[in-house]
Design a protein around this ligand. Structure first.
Ligand SMILES: [Fe+2]
Length: 194
């Protein structure tokens, strides 16, 4: 049996230490975001991404699910031109770190008051180019999308809790002005072996 990539193993140990030490979720995610920044700049981790399978079809690689503290670490691998949907993560926090290639990180503002079932009027307010090493901390209910570029890209995601089953996500269609609830991506277990 081969070992887990050392950079990833120490990353998980550090996250577990943060969750054990800090009680507030905003502070945990702030520290987790800093730590994710170091991981996604790690040359061994970046090299490892070259063999990761595509997550096309609303999938995520499941790199770690922490039974004790409840956080989850996922990866997304976009083939060139793979666009993401506009969505939120309900009350969960997400830290999104690009580790290979480049993506467009979009943020949207909601213009209506959310009182009409299934209706949402949203406007694109910013697009940041996320190159390898850039981490975006997405707070609860923030409406956003990550879009692939013209070459393959990979990102590592820390979620404050599991999305499947418990936490739904809102999916938005800006042109049709609709919002619908759906469950998070399909989780595909994937170990980062040396
Ligand atoms: Fe997201």
């Amino acid at each position: 049996m081969s070992a887990i990539l050392p950079a990833f193993e120490s990353f998980i140990a550090d996250l577990r230490a943060v969750w054990a030490r800090e009680s507030g979720l905003p502070r945990r995610m702030e520290l987790a975001t800093e730590r994710l920044g170091a991981l996604v700049r790690d040359p061994a981790l970046q090299k490892h991404t070259e063999s990761w399978p595509s997550t096309e079809g609303h999938k995520n690689l499941l790199l770690h699910s922490d039974d004790e503290h409840g956080f989850v670490v996922n990866a997304v691998v976009r083939v060139p031109g793979l666009f993401g949907s506009v969505h939120d993560h309900a009350h969960a926090y997400t830290a999104y770190g690009v580790c290979h290639g480049a993506e467009y990180l979009e943020r949207y503002e909601r213009l209506d008051d959310g009182s009409r079932e299934g209706y949402a009027d949203i406007k694109l307010v910013s697009t940041t180019i996320g190159t390898a090493g850039v981490v975006d901390l997405v707070p609860p209910w923030a409406i956003h999308a990550e879009q692939g570029g013209d070459r393959r890209s990979c990102a590592i995601i820390i979620r404050s809790e599991r999305l499947v089953g418990k936490v739904l996500q809102g999916n938005y269609d800006a042109a049709a002005k609709t919002v619908a609830q759906r469950s998070g991506p399909t989780q595909v277990p994937y170990e980062l072996k040396v």
